[in-house]
Design a protein around this ligand. Sequence first.
Ligand SMILES: Cc1cc2nc3c(=O)[nH]c(=O)nc-3n(C[C@H](O)[C@H](O)[C@H](O)COP(=O)(O)OP(=O)(O)OC[C@H]3O[C@@H](n4cnc5c(N)ncnc54)[C@H](O)[C@@H]3O)c2cc1C
Ligand SMILES: *[C@@H]1O[C@H](CO)[C@@H](O)[C@H](O)[C@H]1NC(C)=O
Ligand SMILES: *[C@@H]1O[C@H](CO)[C@@H](O)[C@H](O)[C@H]1NC(C)=O
Ligand SMILES: *[C@@H]1O[C@H](CO)[C@@H](O)[C@H](O)[C@H]1NC(C)=O
Ligand SMILES: *[C@@H]1O[C@H](CO)[C@@H](O)[C@H](O)[C@H]1NC(C)=O
Ligand SMILES: *[C@@H]1O[C@H](CO)[C@@H](O)[C@H](O)[C@H]1NC(C)=O
Ligand SMILES: *[C@@H]1O[C@H](CO)[C@@H](O)[C@H](O)[C@H]1NC(C)=O
Length: 534
Amino acid sequence: MRFLGFAIFPFLSILALSVARDSVTTDGRTFTGCLLRLSNPSYPISSAIYFPSNSTYSSVLQSYIRNLRFNESNTPKPQLILTALHESHIQTAIVCAKYHGLQMRIRSGGHDFEGSSYVSDVPFFILDMFNLRSINVSTEDETAWVEVGATVGEVYYRIAEKSNIHGFPTGTCPTVGVGGHFSGGGYGVMARKYGLSIDHIVDARLVDVNGQILDRASMGEDLFWAITGGGASSFGVVLAFKIKLVHVPPTVSIFTVERTYAQNLTDIVHSLLKIVDKLDREVFIKTAINVVNDTHLVEKKTIQATFLGYFLGDPTGLFSLINERFPEMGLRKSDCTEHSWIESIVRWNNFPVGTSVEVLLNRNHPNLQHLKRKSDYLKKPIPKQGLESIFKKMIELETPMLKLFPYGGFMSEIPPSAKPFPHRAGNIVKVEYGTNWDENGIEAANHYINLTRNLYNFMTPFFSKSRGAYLNYRDFDLGINHHGLNSYIEGAAYGIKYFKDNFNRLVQIKTRVDPENFFRNEQSIPIFPSIGSQ
Ligand SMILES: Cc1cc2nc3c(=O)[nH]c(=O)nc-3n(C[C@H](O)[C@H](O)[C@H](O)COP(=O)(O)OP(=O)(O)OC[C@H]3O[C@@H](n4cnc5c(N)ncnc54)[C@H](O)[C@@H]3O)c2cc1C
Ligand SMILES: *[C@@H]1O[C@H](CO)[C@@H](O)[C@H](O)[C@H]1NC(C)=O
Ligand SMILES: *[C@@H]1O[C@H](CO)[C@@H](O)[C@H](O)[C@H]1NC(C)=O
Ligand SMILES: *[C@@H]1O[C@H](CO)[C@@H](O)[C@H](O)[C@H]1NC(C)=O
Ligand SMILES: *[C@@H]1O[C@H](CO)[C@@H](O)[C@H](O)[C@H]1NC(C)=O
Ligand SMILES: *[C@@H]1O[C@H](CO)[C@@H](O)[C@H](O)[C@H]1NC(C)=O
Ligand SMILES: *[C@@H]1O[C@H](CO)[C@@H](O)[C@H](O)[C@H]1NC(C)=O
């Protein structure tokens, strides 16, 4: 059956016969031989291949490592990096990697918190997508085609370049890559108004396990559903997404308010959790809670929270709305600033006032650190004594921080099965647990990861038994897959946290489109055991 695809893929149909004589091996050179023989001569592939012996191998590898935990000398390195310059390179890479049994890791922006796009414990190569990053915006039909190697900063910039009334709901950190971000959710400041990026994806181009290029019509609604929220890396290589733009007002507003523990922080956070998901959907309040030095008591630590507000409207509207519904925070008119939509994204990222919007095109992440993240979905407000105990624990642990991201609004109106991402109605905030550190080495990593886990474990009583997690905050603590006889059970451990009741539908689709489980990583969707275990 799958040879049907080769009719539209003539180079492979001839060359598949000649590679059949090669021994199956994971040796990088033999795999490379296959790439060179099978690739379309009109698009030379050798200029896209980097071996460890090439002088630029390290810099290509490092350019999209966004978590310094995986920039260590003992981090497993790829046998080669293929920086695809043309779609045919991806088709060839899949066919050759499958034939030679070499594991492929797909990297777009490299922001995966566990490095799953560029690290593996088995021999592997990286398919790097950063060269494929064109963005074509059409204001007439209010859509854009975006290649996966683009960053969200570039998406923001290219939309604003064409129109000041259009926008797109997506993550706010400008260097995040479209490939991973759009295939796992895509949460940003307009989530309460418009939902996630996946709620506005209308088409996609995907290279499947047979090297065929499919669009939404030819892949069918099931597979399209799976790659918009289920993590595309289990199903194929996405080349581009077509997004539907949304409308943004000419003026949006932002506020920043900082409060320490001594400034009634417990009361403020307690009130916040009672209203933050119920406010008008034009309002978004992110809360970042961390441990700081006490300015009054030397050698003492205290808790500080930063409340960052975003409003699709002018500052007067924001000010009156917040003071009516959330007076405890004590917002002043002077805390609110007014911006165009595109400038608001620059300000939200805390670039200095006056920074040009061109900064969104910068692909260098300004402040790389070692990172660990975990996530949760809060369904019931936390009582005051509970908040007090959490703050006390945070001071004891010192480094881990908590971020609270509001839900409600449009997020609550989307059925949990509409997309693989299931965390919709009934959530007050998404909780992000995070630790950033500067020291290299495994000892430091173990120390800081342990602190993050300690905070997560301490918070257990405040969450339901079926604790959820956000795929885009990838967390290997939830379980990893060895792709053996237990792969379905192992997959369910993290799969149910990320996808709840949508997990089995993802497994079904996976079993149908990739029955030999070529597209796999530590947390990919497994195939059903009846097929996987024979
Ligand atoms: C600094 C920082 C800020 C962040 N801010 C936000 C935020 O505001 N909102 C939010 O929702 N998330 C945020 N995230 C999380 C982010 O959404 C995820 O890490 C996302 O997966 C990153 O996509 P990427 O392409 O950069 O990552 P990559 O590491 O390249 O990829 C992530 C995963 O997707 C797979 N993948 C990548 N490209 C493809 C493709 N073309 N086809 C198939 N599979 C592919 C990879 O194999 C990997 O498994 C942030 C992360 C960081 C590090
Ligand atoms: C890497 O080196 C090989 C020769 O060993 C060469 O063929 C290839 O083109 C080099 N790659 C790049 C990207 O220059
Ligand atoms: C990553 O590691 C390399 C090699 O040790 C080092 O030269 C580089 O500076 C590191 N990157 C960052 C951003 O620290
Ligand atoms: C954008 O348009 C250019 C020129 O027509 C084309 O080469 C490119 O592939 C398009 N990109 C996408 C993502 O459709
Ligand atoms: C804290 O709350 C008390 C009583 O609710 C109030 O009197 C006091 O002014 C508040 N302090 C601050 C700094 O807001
Ligand atoms: C906090 O205090 C410690 C000493 O207790 C000092 O080393 C550190 O630099 C201080 N941090 C900040 C941000 O001021
Ligand atoms: C991890 O944290 C626990 C609880 O605080 C502690 O008992 C343990 O020693 C820590 N382990 C490491 C490796 O730091």
